[in-house]
Design a protein around this ligand. Structure first.
Ligand code: DC
Length: 221
């Protein structure tokens, strides 16, 4: 068996990071770690507390947060304080609040620490925004996966529609553009391609093509 690698996948919202990372992890027998789900869980905790979405309140919610990512019969689940919140963290409300939560230094420190300990055993594919730059700068393979805003919005739209949600393409496109801006312009750990990351633009690639490319890079890396 080949050596177990640590793979960092970064890129903007809707580039296909989680779909591809999950698929590749399954094929290689690796553990998939969705760091966005962790930030979403903290955002959900703040929203449920009904406290204002301000730094102080976000810090209070994050101080004693318990987040666990589990794989149950091949399905990735996110637990917040012992409760399965895998569905709740995908709502538009959470998506709209999460960038604010993810910009708070205290939250990032807590989650970064947790993510590093999750990657220790190797054989992991971790996706997010700052994995190759901050969380795992020594990762064996770094990939920066992107796609055009229009294509990413269309994918999110199809995904939400398939779940039966009543959504509008224009509004999703605006949300994605706004989130890109917040994620890449924030002061702490902004979204950016690591110097040693390999860029994959998935705009006109199929899921299979991106997965094959990623596996080739992992085997080579
Ligand atoms: O990948 P996603 O859309 O589920 O991520 C949700 C939010 O969390 C996104 O707006 C950016 C933030 N995030 C982050 O700041 N750092 C990470 N490593 C992962 C996600």
């Amino acid at each position: 068996m080949s050596e177990l690698k640590v793979v960092a996948v970064d890129g903007p919202a809707g580039a296909g990071k989680s779909t591809i990372s999950k698929l590749v992890a399954g094929r290689l027998g690796y553990t998939y770690i969705d760091t966005g789900a962790m930030y979403r869980a903290v955002a959900l905790k703040v929203l449920e507390s009904k406290l204002p979405l301000e730094d102080e309140e976000i810090m209070i919610a994050a101080r004693d947060v318990d987040i666990d990512l589990r794989n149950e019969d091949g399905v990735n689940k996110t637990y917040l304080d012992g409760r399965d919140v895998s569905t709740e963290i995908r709502t538009l409300e959470v998506s709209r609040s999460v960038s604010k939560v993810a910009a708070v230094g205290f939250v990032r420190e807590r989650l970064t620490e947790l993510q590093r300990s999750m990657a220790k055993r190797g054989g992991v594919i971790m996706d997010g925004r700052d994995i190759g730059t901050v969380v795992l700068p020594d990762a064996d393979v770094k990939i920066f996966l992107t796609a055009s805003v229009a294509e990413r919005a269309r994918r999110r739209y199809d995904e939400l529609k398939a779940k039966g949600l009543d959504v509008e393409l224009g509004s999703i496109e605006r949300d994605i553009a706004a989130r890109d801006k917040l994620d890449s312009e924030r002061e702490i750990a902004p979204l950016k391609q690591a110097d040693d990351a390999i860029l994959i633009d998935s705009t006109s690639m199929t899921i299979e093509e991106v997965a094959d490319k990623m596996i080739e890079l992992i085997n080579r890396g």
